[in-house]
Design a protein around this ligand. Structure first.
Ligand code: GLY
Length: 413
């Protein structure tokens, strides 16, 4: 396998290029994390997965705790972009064209999304992880065209009376359909709108993304900055009707992955807008998450599950947050805080690598993620999005350790 030479960083040489080269933040801690060894592990496991999965037009989504085979889904599934995204990241990590070939193959499976009406907000997750990474790495103009078309499709779900995208355009329990619902996860889909507005798409896409982020900031959070999973709005007046959960423990609990999407989402929105109110908010939603983590830095699926510590973890939330923290640290002018973010991100990556890898169990990268516990679905599973964000975080870490900017996708033209 072809990886660049080791980036084993030792004796406090975890030097981070922060704020586009404005300052250096140096961690005092000895750092013996071998990121290349972990990326090699990802290469090996994903090669195993590729050899195992059927070549039938479907895409791997999850592996149950005692199973060894992937459950496959079609391109309409909300997770369909993560597998091609993982393959693009391996192409980036190895520069081996074999990964480009398979990444392209699975990316193409999602093409119909760009020419079908929107049935869900997840278009950004699906198309930006696959085509977005593909375009960033290849500049293939066909990929660009799919991205632009899909951004326009996603925009059809925007309700100007509310100021957010409708997440679930259908009757979902507790969402008072046909009122307007927006879920925290939807923040991630804004990245596709920002990208499109800067790469030939309409300026309105940018305005929609900013509006969505601001309205969500005002309505989706409790006074302690923990997030509701879903908010229901009156679709005509735009007035908030209620904040509720869907995948979390209760309406007042902090669902781990929801908060992870908020941390990742507001960091990305700051990157795209340069508006300090979003940076300030990213710090606030991060603080409450970090302060309530268990010692090993991997959250239980919901921070307020009374069954803790006999409750499942969510490695996927840890992977999302590790990746987000590495980016947020770059924008953080307070050196102590930037150091904390970097050290915690590194701690998360070390813990995931030491105790959550799937190696002797299956061909995923990580074990112990929780998808939808209240529905009894994907509890303590290997799930493809955990793997995607784990590789993303490893790549970001490697770039930063080499003195480069972290991997971010905002300059794709
Ligand atoms: N976007 C759905 C989830 O995070 O489970």
């Amino acid at each position: 396998m072809i990886l660049n030479k080791q980036v084993t960083v030792i004796l406090g040489v975890f030097i981070l290029l922060a704020g586009c080269g404005k300052q250096l933040v140096q961690s005092p801690a000895e750092n013996d994390f071998n990121v290349d060894a972990e990326l090699n592990y990802c290469v090996k496991q994903t090669s195993k997965a590729l050899a195992q999965i059927p070549d039938n037009g479907l895409i791997p989504r999850n592996i149950a705790p005692n199973a060894s085979q992937w459950r496959m889904v079609d391109y309409t599934d909300w997770t369909s972009g993560f597998w091609p995204g993982e393959l693009w990241y391996l192409f980036e990590a190895t520069a081996d064209s074999k990964w480009k070939k398979v990444a392209d193959k699975y990316t193409e499976y999602l093409k119909p999304l760009s020419v079908s009406p929107a049935t869900d907000h997840d278009l950004g997750f699906q198309v930006f992880s696959s085509y977005g990474n593909g375009y960033r790495l290849t500049k293939d103009t066909e990929y660009k065209s799919v991205l632009l078309k899909t951004a326009d499709t996603l925009a059809t779900l925007f309700n100007p009376k509310v100021g957010t995208i409708l997440s679930w355009p259908r009757d979902v329990p507790n969402m008072e359909w046909p009122q307007h619902n927006t879920i925290m996860d939807n923040m991630i889909n804004l990245e596709l709108l920002f990208w499109a507005s800067k790469n030939g798409g309409s300026k309105q896409l940018y305005d929609m993304a900013v509006s969505h982020a601001a309205v969500t900031m005002n309505n989706h959070f409790r006074p302690d900055y923990t997030s509701y999973h879903a908010v229901v709005y009156d679709k005509e007046t735009g007035k908030k009707i209620k904040g509720v959960t869907h995948q979390g423990y209760s309406d007042s609990s902090m669902w781990a992955r929801g908060q992870a999407w908020a941390i990742y989402g507001y960091t990305m929105v700051y990157r795209e807008t340069n508006d300090p109110k979003f940076l300030d908010f990213a710090h606030k939603v991060t603080r409450v998450y970090l302060d309530r983590l268990p010692k090993d830095l991997i959250p239980y699926w919901d921070f307020d599950d009374p069954a803790i510590p006999k409750s499942p973890r969510d490695a996927s939330a840890a992977a999302v947050v590790a990746s987000a923290l590495l980016e947020l640290a770059v924008y953080t002018t307070d050196n102590n805080l930037a150091n904390e973010y970097n050290e915690k991100a590194l701690g998360m990556l070390k813990e995931l690598s030491a105790n959550y890898q799937s190696k002797n169990h299956n061909s995923a990268l990580l074990l112990h993620s929780t998808g939808h516990k209240p529905a009894g679905s994907e509890i303590d599973y290997s799930i493809i999005y955990a793997d995607y964000y784990y590789i993303e975080a490893l790549l970001r870490y490697k770039k930063i350790a080499q003195g480069q900017k972290p991997l971010i996708t905002y300059k794709l033209n």
